[in-house]
Design a protein around this ligand. Structure first.
Ligand code: FES
Length: 106
């Protein structure tokens, strides 16, 4: 059975915002798009820049370093900068808590 860890309350991340949490040594970027939550490794797949320093517009997350764009709803890259998708973590919402699937160290 998969183990999930609580990382925040849903109200900790306002709509159309993102925040970083550290879970088991990983920095996880949690994004709230109109009440839907998504979780990614806080590391751009292009060259590893922290994604939380980028910007969010609608469902498009833009890295602040070379401006790679990603579709938050799928994690897929948009445009020419990288073909690598965001590393996505499974997420659940339970009783206004955001849970992410427990991770193992690489
Ligand atoms: S590190 Fe994100 S676009 Fe290059």
């Amino acid at each position: 059975m998969e183990k999930y860890i609580r990382i925040a309350a849903t109200h900790d991340i306002p709509k159309n915002n993102m925040r970083v949490f550290t879970v088991e040594g990983y920095e996880i970027l949690v994004v709230n798009i109109e009440g839907e939550f998504y979780a990614f490794e806080n590391r751009c797949p292009h060259m590893g820049y922290p994604l939380y320093l980028g910007s969010l517009e609608g469902k498009v997350l833009t890295c602040g370093f070379h401006y790679a764009k990603f579709d938050v709803s799928t994690g897929r890259p948009l445009g020419p900068v990288t073909r690598e998708p965001l590393k996505t973590f499974k997420i659940k919402i339970r009783n206004s808590s955001i849970l992410v699937r427990a991770l193992s160290k690489r």
